[in-house]
Each structure stands twice: as C-alpha cells, then as structure tokens.
Design a protein around this ligand. Structure first.
Ligand code: Z5A
Length: 210
C-alpha cells in the first residue's frame, strides 16, 4: 500500500491536539509506518513562518500577506517532509492543511476561493489529503475550551463571528468533498469522539485494502 495522507481540521478548541495522540495510537496498533506533523510548520523554516503568523502584533497583517505566508510554509513542508514521506510509502498525519486556508483565509478573512485554488495548484499540483477528519463543535463551546489554555495567539484573538464563518467554511468543504471528508461531532464526551474517529479510520483502511 502507498503512503496515505491524513489531515485533521477544525475550529478553535475543537480537540485536535488531544485526538492526534489517539490517532497515532491507532496507526501504531495497525503497524502503519507514519510521521505526525503540523501546519503552519513542520520544518525549521516553516516553524519560523508559523511564529511570524501566530505572534500577536500591533501592525495589521493584510490578508494576502497572511495567505502567502501560509503557502510559503506549505511549499517548504511539502518539499522537505510530506512528499518524501508519502513517496517512500509512509503515512502522514498532519494537524491542519489547505482546508484550513480555505476556512480561515477564505471564509474567515474573505479571500477569494479561486485565488486560494490557484495557489493550491501551484504549491501542491495534484496532491490532496486521502482522508480529512473535520472535528466540528459549536463555536462557543470551542472558545470556552480553548480559553483554559495559554495566552491567546493572533488568530485566537479574533471575534466569535470570525470563527462562525470558519466553522461554516469547514462544513461547506465537507459537503463539497464527501469522498475524503468525515465530520466528527466533537462536542460529545471524548470517548464518543474517539469512537467516531476510530470508525472513520477503520472504514478508510478497509476501503484502502479492498
Ligand atoms: N491557520 C490558518 O489560518 N490557515 C492555515 O492554512 C493553517 C492554519 C494551516 C494555528 O493552528 C492557527 O493557524 C489556527 C488556524 C491558523 N488558529 N486558530 N485558531 P493550530 O492548529 O496550531 O492551533 P489551534 O487551532 O489553537 O489548535 P490546538 O492548539 O491544537 O487546539 P485544539 O486542537 O483546538 O484543542 P485541544 O488543545 O486538543 O483541546 C482544547 C481543550 O479541550 C483541552 O483542554 C482538552 O483537554 C479539551 N477537550 C478536547 N476534547 C474534549 C472533549 N471531547 N470534551 C471535553 N473537553 C475536551
């Protein structure tokens, strides 16, 4: 079997970090050779770009600068980490990818989807995730969960309406790409969320082995 590319997405406080550890345990239990990585980030250069993007600052960051930085980091991450892994047969588990760009920069900031699609084509050619788990939660619950963590970064300082648009963006992406997207109700107790994630992963593996 070729390496598979799995991404995990969702709005603020949805539980990605918590569930990535659970997915890693599932991959290990199936003896699948994998790497876990994240965006923005995943290489030393892309992690520096991440810092630039997340750092709160007085200067307003213009949406196209933010968009281009996201894709600059992604180009490096793909070249150095994701493509070599997938091409050598390893699975890649990535905490956020280009769906986050459509959701945050597109639906959230109002950047044109067609422009994002052009950058996606330029940077990724035909590479798309094989499976995307979208953890979905009402924005208020997610923000409440996230508020229990450390100092908010530049994105976490956005208003509720911004995250509402991002959430609707993710749900539209799921509707538009049902062949690879599975929406998980992340407002459930953790064990129920993880039962649903296991179901999605088992279905995906069974389909790949067919
Ligand atoms: N961004 C972008 O704009 N465009 C792009 O193209 C990309 C990214 C790639 C950084 O992402 C920012 O980059 C992100 C979008 C933007 N900004 N925002 N917002 P990130 O993924 O690094 O940051 P994050 O969204 O803040 O995710 P996170 O730190 O990984 O947190 P999380 O996954 O949302 O949640 P968590 O830490 O796993 O859980 C939060 C709390 O809830 C924690 O206390 C858990 O114990 C608890 N929890 C989790 N699940 C449950 C359940 N089921 N019940 C009860 N409590 C729970």
């Amino acid at each position: 079997m070729h390496g598979k590319f799995i991404t995990i997405e969702g709005t603020e406080g949805v539980g990605k970090t918590t569930n990535i550890e659970f997915i890693q345990a599932w991959l290990n239990s199936h003896q699948l050779d994998f790497i876990a990585t994240r965006e923005p980030g995943g290489t030393p250069l892309a992690e520096q770009i991440r810092e630039l993007l997340l750092m709160p600052r007085d200067e307003k960051v213009c949406p196209s600068a933010e968009l281009l930085l996201m894709f600059a980091g992604r180009a490096q991450h793909l070249d150095q980490v994701i493509l070599p892994a997938v091409q050598s047969g390893r699975w890649v588990l990535c905490d956020r990818f280009t769906d986050a760009t459509y959701a945050y920069q597109g639906y959230g900031r109002g950047m044109d989807n067609g422009l994002i699609a052009q950058l996606e084509q330029l940077v990724q050619a035909d590479l798309r995730p094989d499976l995307t788990l979208i953890l979905d939660i009402p924005v208020e619950i997610g923000l409440k969960r996230a508020s229990q963590r450390s100092t908010p970064d530049r994105f976490e300082r956005e208003q509720t309406e911004f995250f509402e648009r991002v959430r609707q963006g993710y749900l539209s992406i799921a509707t538009g790409s049902p062949e690879r997207c599975v929406v998980i109700d992340a407002s459930q107790p953790l064990e129920d969320v993880q039962r649903d994630i296991t179901g999605a992963l088992n279905d995906f593996l069974a389909q790949e082995l067919r």
